[in-house]
Design a protein around this ligand. Structure first.
Ligand code: SAM
Ligand code: SF4
Length: 326
């Protein structure tokens, strides 16, 4: 069992397959010339499987593959199929640009639930936010996987003055489709030009939705990082991830493994534990995993104790989101 000093049992591992991506979302990938990690420094397929087995032996029952964009990695399909042999719920977070090539593999790998990023329903704004003109493929792929019966959560990072005026367009999407929209408060990471006045908070999101819709809350699970709602009569649902204004750290059961094999005990931790080098040297990594989780802070990596309004992004020590794995 992997447990921290606040008695939180950790059963959920997120594995980043790569820090490479075919989009350039400005809130995730730093502006300056970005160098992707060399392939030799990334965890190889058998290393990902071997390290995952060790986590499973310690009680992990859910693994999410993420990145960067996991589906740009050449052996992403092989990795999914290999991990599907483990007794875990396997899921994936993707930008959906390459999803049309993977639906067969996803089904074979028993991946039925997908988190997909889409921050705008307007093609011009998509280009502005991602610096790539792929709106049509992304939207078509999302529509297609919903139709094929995958459980789809759409992640929308809400930024004040940029896309907050589309919140109700996303809620409208839930009217006729069984899609689950997750509005995410904008979070600070290295190089992403975060300022507190760009955060559109849980309260503001709900106020905006209530100008148009009646909503009812859906009971959430202790480990949920979101509060979920439904508009009566709609086929889909929506949720708000209020990491900045109302963090959900008390029920946290998550650990993150970066593509270069570093364990992060929190999305916002500045400390990392190098599991890959130890694993390559034949060292027992179980004590390293347990120690890392023992060192976990009560909330937000111990870095955001002031309330987000008083936070200065430069003071937070972390990686950029693309190199962590969301
Ligand atoms: N490429 C995949 C994708 O875009 O879904 C997976 C990796 S991406 C880093 C994972 C999630 O992190 C996405 O839903 C993205 O919107 C979210 N994310 C990235 N930067 C963020 C930020 N600064 N604040 C909030 N969410 C962020
Ligand atoms: Fe790529 Fe996903 Fe980051 Fe956008 S959010 S740059 S798609 S990794």
């Amino acid at each position: 069992m992997i447990i921290d000093k606040f008695q939180r049992i950790h059963t959920y591992l997120r594995i980043s397959l790569t820090d490479n991506c075919n989009l350039r979302c400005f809130y995730c990938m730093p502006d300056e010339e970005y160098e992707f990690t060399a392939a030799s420094k990334l965890m190889q397929r058998d290393e990902i499987v071997g390290i995952s087995k060790i986590f499973v032996s310690l009680g992990v029952n859910k693994i999410r593959l993420t990145g960067g964009e996991p589906l740009v990695r050449k052996d992403a399909g092989d990795i999914m199929l290999a991990l599907s042999e483990l007794p875990v719920k396997l899921t994936l977070t993707t930008n959906a640009t390459r999803l049309q090539h993977f639906t067969g593999t996803l089904q074979k790998a028993n991946i039925h639930s997908l988190n997909i990023s889409l921050d705008t329903l307007q093609p011009d704004k998509f280009l502005l936010m991602t610096k790539r003109d792929h709106f049509r493929e992304v939207k078509d792929n999302i529509d297609s996987v919903i139709q094929q019966g995958f459980h789809v959560k759409v992640n929308m990072v809400v930024m004040k003055g940029l896309n907050d005026n589309e919140i109700n367009d996303f809620v409208d999407w839930t009217k006729n489709f069984p899609v689950h929209i997750r509005f995410i408060e904008f979070m600070p990471f290295s190089g992403n030009r975060w300022t507190s006045n760009k955060v559109f908070t849980f309260q503001e999101i709900m106020e905006r939705i209530k100008t148009t819709y009646t909503t009812t809350e859906i009971q959430s699970d202790v480990h949920d990082t979101a509060r979920s709602f439904r508009v009566p009569g709609h086929k889909g649902t929506f949720a708000v991830i209020s990491t900045m204004s109302k963090p959900f750290c008390a029920g946290c059961n998550r650990m993150r493994l970066t593509a270069d094999g570093k364990l992060k005990n929190c999305l916002f931790s500045k400390e990392e534990t190098d599991l890959l080098t130890a694993y390559r040297n034949g060292q027992d990594i179980i004590p390293l995993i347990k120690q890392s989780i023992q060192n976990k802070y009560a909330a937000l990596g111990g870095q955001m104790n002031t309330g987000f309004e008083n936070l200065h992004a430069e003071e937070i020590k972390n990686r950029s989101m693309i190199t962590i794995g969301g």
